[in-house]
Structures are given as C-alpha cells and as structure tokens.
Design a binder for this molecule. Structure first.
Ligand code: PPE
Length: 306
C-alpha cells in the first residue's frame, strides 16, 4: 500500500514539504542500517486528537539511540514537541507517526560515529496493518524458517533500522507461503515475535507472552495489553513459550502500534481454538480501542492531546 502523503515533514528542526525531505545517496544509514525509529499512533477521540503513549515512545527512541551509540541532537522535550507539531501542522486526526534518527553523509565505512545524526518526524494516515477484517476475523500466520536474532548478535530491545532486514525475510517468506504474517522463533527455538508485532497466547484462561530475553522488542502495546489484562483480572505470565503451545492454544494474538491488537486464527494451517477471535482477545480489544478512541476513561494517562 503506497504511503498516503501528508504535507509537511519535520526535518532537523524545520518543517519541509513532503517531497523535499531528502538525503544524500551516500548517507550511512542507507548502506548499513544505522538508524533508529519509532512507530506511534494518534487517535481521533471526542476530546480531540490524542497521541498514544507519547512519553513511552520518546523514552524508547532515546534508549534505542543510546544502545546504538547515536547521540540524539535534540532533547526528549524537543522530540515530543516535534511529534505533536507534526500531527498538528498536517491537520491529521487518526494517523501513524514515524520518528527516525539516522546517520547521514560524511564518511563511508562501517564505523558510523563520524557521520552526522539527523532526525525526521513524518506523520500520515495508515489504516489497519494486517487488513481491514483482521481486527475481527483474525489472520493466518506461519512459523518462519528464519530465526530472530541471537541475543549477542543484535540488541533486540533497540528499534534499529538494520534489525528489520530479519523482519523483511520473515514477512516475505510468510506472504509467499500464503500467510499474512510470520512468527519468529528465537535462537533456542522458543516463540519470539512477529516481524513487527509482539505475541500473546491464551491457554486455559492464562495469558502468556515471551519475556524480553526471547529476542523481542519491548513493545509499548505489549506493555499496555499486560496492564489491561491484569486489571481485567487475568494472570499474565512472561515466560518462554514452546512452539507447540501455539497449536494447543485457545487464543493467540499480535500486538503492535501498527497491528494494534490483531487475533491470530491459524498457525501453520492449524486453527487456533475455534478458528476465530476468542473471548479474552475480544475483551482486551474492547478496552484497548475504548481507551485509544476516547470511549473509555483514560485511566492510565496514556493519551497526549494534540
Ligand atoms: N516487535 C517488533 C519487531 C516491532 O517492529 C514492533 C512494532 C513491535 C514488536 C510492537 O511494538 P509496539 O509498537 O511498541 O507495540 N512495529 C512497528 C513497525 C511496523 C512497520 O511495519 O513499520 C509498529 O508497529 O509501529
């Protein structure tokens, strides 16, 4: 799906027209994946447009940059302002926001540290990630033959551009096999995550999700869902998940900023539970979308009004 262009992109402190937000072809990030990014959503609520968990996303951006040895030339406050201003200036309501910090043009060679660090913030309309019906109907997924990164190869807690080469292999293979998305196993063979989503599994009323040590990104939607589920009275266990637990699960679902809360109806061609969205997934969705769309009280202070 082509990007729905908006008018302005925040680029190193200035708003530039969408078509003029350009970099040199010898920019370091283009050659070696030396970038860090965030994916954030803003939602239309009856009280106005609100950015979901802005502070948590800005914090993770800075943490990723710290892990990547990429000093951000702006403060967290300036970054938050840039994000809010980008939504406002483009007169967007519900939208996806993509901040990106990257190594630019100066030298070639692997060590990025003499290249300048730039930051952009783009925002644009972006509908449901895995298709319009996915939120209700669920998606069909397959276990990838590509493993997630080993803990001592790439730091999975950092949202670094280069990591997404692995995600690209996973999702291309999945789609070639007729699935919407892939589930990656970690290097030890335990369930890790999707190419761009965290994963939850429900068995006998208990909710399981892989721990940070299973080569996952510490998802902000994951954290939100854990909070919601525990408040609903469910036990949530962050623990290693063997692959076969997916085949006997009552419910499985993805979480992510882009994917939101998306049910999984089959894994490797085997139906999950009854083969459609399960009741716990539905309850969590109701809370998640209720809060993001301003229909339920913002009891965790997750909304930052634009
Ligand atoms: N794991 C990965 C690998 C990942 O990329 C994401 C977000 C998540 C988990 C969920 O994290 P969070 O969004 O904080 O709940 N993936 C982003 C990029 C998707 C894309 O295609 O680009 C996103 O959802 O914005």
């Amino acid at each position: 799906m082509p990007i729905k262009e908006s008018e302005w992109i925040w680029f190193d402190g200035d708003f530039v027209p969408w078509a003029d937000a350009k970099v040199h072809v010898l920019s370091h990030a283009l050659h070696y994946g030396s970038s860090v990014f965030e994916g954030i959503r803003a939602y239309k609520t009856p009280q106005g447009v609100a950015v979901f968990r802005l502070a948590a996303h800005v914090k993770r951006l800075f943490n990723s940059c710290k892990i990547a040895h990429m000093p951000v030339p702006y403060t967290a406050e300036q970054t938050s302002q840039a994000i809010v201003e980008t939504v406002r200036r483009n007169k967007l309501s519900s939208c996806y926001i993509r901040p990106l910090v990257f190594r630019g043009y100066e030298v070639l060679g692997v060590d990025p540290r003499s290249c300048p660090v730039h930051m952009i913030v783009a925002a644009f309309e972006w509908g449901t990630y895995l298709g319009a019906e996915a939120i209700e109907q669920g998606v069909d997924v397959g276990i990838s033959s590509w493993r997630r990164m080993a803990p001592d190869t790439f730091p999975s807690m950092a949202k670094i551009g280069g990591h997404y080469v692995n995600s690209q292999f996973m999702v291309m293979e999945a789609r070639d096999r007729g699935f919407s998305e892939a589930i990656g196993l970690d290097i030890y063979g335990y369930v890790s995550e999707g190419s761009g989503e965290n994963l939850f599994v429900v068995v006998d009323g208990i909710i399981y999700t892989p721990p940070l040590g299973a080569s996952i990104l510490g998802g902000i939607t994951r954290d939100s869902v854990i909070t919601i589920a525990r408040d609903l009275g469910y036990e949530v266990r962050e623990q290693l998940i063997p692959r076969e637990m997916l085949y006997i699960a009552d419910e499985v679902f993805f979480t992510g900023t882009a994917a939101e809360v998306t049910p999984i109806r089959s894994v490797d061609g085997q139906p999950v539970g009854e083969g459609h969205r399960g009741p716990i997934t539905a309850k969590i969705q109701e809370q998640f979308f209720g809060i993001t769309q301003g229909k339920l009280p913002d009891r965790y202070h997750w909304l930052h009004y634009v």
